[in-house]
Design a protein around this ligand. Sequence first.
Ligand SMILES: [Zn+2]
Length: 211
Amino acid sequence: MAEKRDELRCFQVTPLATNCYAYVSEGECLVVDPGGSGAQVAEHVRDARVTCVAATHGHGDHVGGVAALVRATGAPFAIHAADASLAARAGQMSEVGRSYDEDAPAPDRALSEGDVLRVGTATFTVMETPGHTPGGVVLVGGGSAEGVAFVGDTLFPGSHGRTDLSGGDEAQIMASLARMADLIAPETTLLCGHGPATTMARELATNPFLR
Ligand SMILES: [Zn+2]
């Protein structure tokens, strides 16, 4: 009998081409960063039961689709408490003059360091990584999701997320990147909030902000 395998799906949403991810395991689904098009994302995960909608941080391009996705699936919304008010303004004009589909609802679950999200045989452990925003988190896979991590806008290949927006903090993001380098296994695939994925090993070798 063929071994059942988890599945990672990626949808690009919003004009900023945010990566919205769906992690499917044993018929359950975790959706990460539905920045827009929540109803369409729900259609693309209809074959699974969405057990959690999580945001790596509260910027509109990562949470603008949460409200529609939650309406379509009934799933709880999880985000760090420090970014909940930011998420609640996703549909309004931001400091850089952009708005997204809809304000995110109040979270059903506040994420903090060490919390574990379970989906099928996979786990995702919350690592607090402030700096891009005060409530930014990385979700580190375990169980059948060992070897992947959702890193939001904290790290990009060779770079890190911007720290010049409200609530951003350069010293904090440097500390967050150092913790990631310490705690995330080198072979881990890092799934970024925009653009291509990378690995921790590659970043340790090439990312000037990790050295
Ligand atoms: Zn962001």
